[in-house]
Ligand binder design. Structure first.
Ligand SMILES: CC(C)(COP(=O)(O)OP(=O)(O)OC[C@H]1O[C@@H](n2cnc3c(N)ncnc32)[C@H](O)[C@@H]1OP(=O)(O)O)[C@@H](O)C(=O)NCCC(=O)NCCS
Length: 136
């Protein structure tokens, strides 16, 4: 398993994982706009997961991530978050759907805590929890 900066050629596989992972998937255009912030996880040269994050001064913003359903509960998301947190940051932030318990459990396992809520954050009207991890 290796994690590499995503390239334009990886977009098709990323879009497939996105569509299979979310009821309200990001569009190909949005994913393409984010490609410079995307890292792809490959197993035997096949993309099985991706994470989009950004380092803004000393803050890590985890923007989006998904693991192909066939490869879940194998620690891949954990590895991707470790990668994001290995950047030189003092604090990490993310938003997660209020009802997305698997993702919340994952983030809590790193020590992320809910710091606020954003009402109707998502286009379908769902609320987001804002979670924070203080690194130092
Ligand atoms: C959330 C998601 C990224 C987790 O990916 P994953 O590779 O399966 O997660 P990991 O195997 O690294 O799990 C690490 C820990 O997170 C927690 N976790 C992960 N999936 C979970 C689930 N379905 N239920 C409860 N806890 C879960 C567990 O604590 C797990 O540790 P354990 O397996 O030792 O119990 C994956 O389920 C996914 O792609 N979901 C759809 C897209 C999504 O929700 N993305 C996040 C948007 S904010």
């Amino acid at each position: 398993m290796k994690t590499e900066k995503a390239k334009k050629d990886d977009l098709k596989s990323i879009v497939e994982i996105e569509k299979i992972s979310f009821d309200h998937p990001w569009t190909e255009e949005t994913l393409e706009e984010s490609i410079d912030k995307t890292w792809a996880v490959k197993i035997e040269n096949k993309i099985v997961a991706f994470i989009i994050y950004e380092l803004i001064i000393d803050e890590i913003h985890i923007i989006h991530m998904a693991v192909h359903p066939d490869y879940r509960r194998k620690g891949i998301a954990k590895k991707m978050i470790e990668k994001a947190l290995s950047e030189k940051a003092k604090v990490a932030f993310l938003e997660v759907r209020k009802e997305n318990t698997p993702a919340q459990r994952l983030y809590e396992s790193f020590g992320f805590k809910e710091i606020s809520r954003r009402k109707k954050y998502y286009p379908d009207g769902a609320d987001a929890l804002v979670m924070q991890l203080v690194i130092e």
